[in-house]
Design a protein around this ligand. Structure first.
Ligand SMILES: N[C@@H](CCC(=O)N[C@@H](CS)C(=O)NCC(=O)O)C(=O)O
Length: 250
């Protein structure tokens, strides 16, 4: 595989979705990449890879779902797996065993701050419309806002406290890693989905380092430029959805 091949991100157009975790890594590194979200026929490219008739090829087995990354002769799927691959190539992973610490942190953020928020609007079945599971969604979202979200934020605050005491704003080590980017995107999505709940939690003052890290990543020059560009897509019907009835009451 040629290490100079451009990275190719294959993901649904129209939502940041899980593709965003990959985009932020590529953008922070200033890497050259293509993105089906902005290509004509982008949806078709996704569909052809997840088509039931596709049995894979020398680049890899058929992916179950996007995001998918192609790099030279290699094609891989699963968001954290793609980040594990990209991390060392983009300078977003420390060398040695630290790579696994970074991956643990990213996986934990994806569990509690991405997958669980998704389940608040699809608690019964992914193939059903939200409108067919509103009552269950309300119960699930309330539990998420009052129990799970504070629990995960407390966890990350605990991870950050000793780091910040040593003058490091990052989740692990002394430079930004892809875990910080994943964490940023999760908090950003949560701010969109549950603006009142996140603002309430921020105002408690119990998670200062969590919200500081969010701002620090947002202010990274390349991330800032990306967020202001038309490459950054708007939230809509993806993982992070804003249904006022699922947020804190006014
Ligand atoms: N665990 C996978 C989940 C992939 C996934 O659920 N992708 C969504 C879009 S964000 C999808 O298209 N899913 C189709 C399906 O599950 O049938 C990952 O982290 O990449």
């Amino acid at each position: 595989m040629s290490s100079t091949a451009p990275y190719e991100l294959i993901y649904w157009p129209g939502i940041p979705g899980r593709g965003e975790f990959i985009r932020l890594a590529l953008e922070e590194a200033g890497a050259e990449y293509t993105d089906t979200a902005h290509q004509e026929g982008g949806v078709q490219q996704v569909l052809s890879l997840i088509d039931r008739k596709f049995q894979g090829d020398p680049s890899g087995p058929p992916p179950f779902a996007p995001p998918v990354l192609k790099h030279g002769d290699l094609r891989i799927s699963q968001t954290p797996n793609i980040l594990l691959y990209l991390g060392p190539r983009l300078g977003l992973t420390p060398s040695g065993d630290g790579a696994y610490q970074v991956n643990s942190l990213a996986l934990t953020a994806l569990d509690g701050l991405s997958n669980e928020p998704h389940d608040t609007h699809h608690p019964i079945a992914v193939e059903l419309y939200y409108e067919d599971q509103v009552e269950e969604s309300k119960r699930r979202a309330e539990s998420y806002r009052t129990n799970r979200l504070p629990k995960f934020l407390s966890y990350f605050e605990r991870v950050l406290a000793p780091q910040v005491a040593q003058g490091r704003p990052w989740l692990y080590g002394d430079t930004l890693t892809y875990a910080d980017l994943v964490f940023y995107q999760c908090i950003d999505g949560l701010k969109f989905a549950f603006p009142r709940a996140v603002s309430r939690l921020e105002r408690t003052g119990q998670y200062p380092n969590v919200f500081k890290l969010y701002e620090t990543v947002k202010d990274r020059p390349r991330i800032k430029a990306y967020l202001e560009s038309d490459r950054r897509q708007k939230y809509s019907q993806g993982i992070y959805r804003h249904y006022p009835e699922l947020d804190d009451a006014e």
